[in-house]
Design a protein around this ligand. Structure first.
Ligand SMILES: [Zn+2]
Ligand SMILES: [Zn+2]
Length: 403
């Protein structure tokens, strides 16, 4: 950063929200707990609100609007617009536009609004407390969102919406329950502050703490523990390289309730066009990172020429597999287009020769299946290559220890 001495002025509203509210929660929540106590009803509703808000940010604001990783029905969009407003993290338009800038300019201290390069505190919440230049709204990257009437309606009525969701609803719950203050403190205040910080972990801790299996070109990390706290967003290294995937935790066992929610919505007809990155591309990213790491390790360990030659041979094989895969994909794409064209022609001509037609269709089917087999073989080849690379690295280690 260029100007450490002259910090920009504080943002008063944000300071009240992000400093005042946590302080209030720290004092008032335990005080009321000692004075009157809370019951299961209030704790349960606080937890329900936490997940409703949190997953409307991750599933709605983030994966749907910022990244367009799937399509949602109008009803689901309204749901996210309301509960997302309840998370008090600004409107969809502002949030998603900021977030797209974060991805595009990740770690750039001038252009990434919450650049991890400016420190843990800055990326967690410092960036919101002052009027930094990197916060100036610029919706040139959100033209599609400006055409979305739900997004624009939410942006226009944001203050009223977030007040109703954060204060109005908890008051109503409190009236129903017979303890307005306690319900507002737990379901309104404490839930809000907790949700704020777990969401902020994605910008702060998930850029500092964890592994980088898919890319080392930016600071984002994969961290299963953070995933548990952040509704699945802790697989942030994967997310930064494949942001268009509706999943962040791609293995079935990886904790990602947001991906499960989206998959469930798609089953019951509320979501469609779920985007998944192909297995091959994922394997390619992992291997590419491992090759880079292997090279620098070999440099450090002053590995022998023969080990280096083995590595380069493996790398050559890797490049060949990728070229083959790209060619096969192009062939498959071309074939799909031709099939579509062919179907049209068939309709136009409406000729006889049913037998000939059937023969051709079978031939096409056979060719498609053969293509799929080849693609799968290539995928398997990459998996095996990862194993061989692992063995090679063990040799490097051994040689370094012996030296
Ligand atoms: Zn990030
Ligand atoms: Zn993202």
């Amino acid at each position: 950063m260029s100007n450490n001495t002259a910090k920009p002025p504080l943002n008063p509203v944000n300071t009240i929200i992000f400093v005042g509210l946590p302080l209030a929660a720290l004092i008032l929540v335990p005080a009321w707990g000692i004075y009157r106590g809370y019951d299961g009803f209030q704790w349960l509703w606080a937890l329900a609100f936490l997940y409703l808000n949190g997953m409307s940010i991750t599933g709605g604001y983030h994966r749907l609007w910022a990244h367009r990783a799937y399509r949602a029905s109008t009803g689901l969009k309204w749901f996210f617009a309301f509960w997302g407003a309840g998370a008090l993290q600004n409107s969809i338009l502002i949030w998603a536009s900021d977030h797209r800038r974060h991805h595009r300019h990740v770690d750039d201290n001038e252009l990434d609004p919450y650049s991890a390069g400016r420190g843990l505190w800055f990326s967690h919440m410092g960036w919101m407390l002052r009027q930094y230049r990197s916060n100036e709204p610029d919706f040139s990257n959100a033209k599609d969102l400006q055409r979305d009437p739900i997004v624009m309606w939410q942006d226009k009525h944001y203050v009223a919406l977030t007040t109703f969701m954060n204060l109005g609803l908890p008051v109503l719950l409190g009236v129903w329950h017979g303890d307005i203050i306690g319900t507002v403190l737990l379901v309104g205040l404490l839930r809000l502050v907790v949700n704020h910080h777990v969401t902020f972990f994605i910008n702060s801790l998930a850029h500092y703490w964890g592994s980088r299996p898919y890319t080392e070109s930016n600071s984002a990390r994969d961290n299963g523990f953070l995933a548990f706290l952040t509704y699945g967003e802790g697989y942030h290294n994967y997310h930064h390289i494949f942001q268009a995937d509706y999943r962040n935790g791609i293995r079935w066992w990886q904790w990602d309730p947001t991906k499960w929610m989206i998959a469930l919505c798609s089953r019951i007809g509320l979501a469609s066009d779920l985007n998944r990155i192909s297995d091959f591309k994922i394997q390619r990213a992992i291997l590419d990172t491992q090759f880079q790491r292997a090279r620098s390790k070999m440099d450090q360990a002053h590995s022998s020429e023969s080990l280096r030659a083995s590595l380069e041979r493996e790398y050559q094989l890797f490049t060949e597999s990728i070229n083959q895969w790209t060619a096969l994909q192009a062939e498959r794409y071309g074939r799909k287009k031709a099939e579509l064209g062919g179907a049209l022609e068939e309709k136009r001509e409406k000729l006889g020769g049913a037998l000939e037609e059937k023969k051709q269709r079978l031939q096409q089917k056979w060719e498609n299946a053969a293509l799929r087999t080849k693609l799968r073989e290539l995928e398997y080849g990459l998996k095996m290559q990862r194993k061989r690379l692992g063995l090679l690295m063990q040799q490097v280690q051994l040689q370094a220890q012996a030296a």
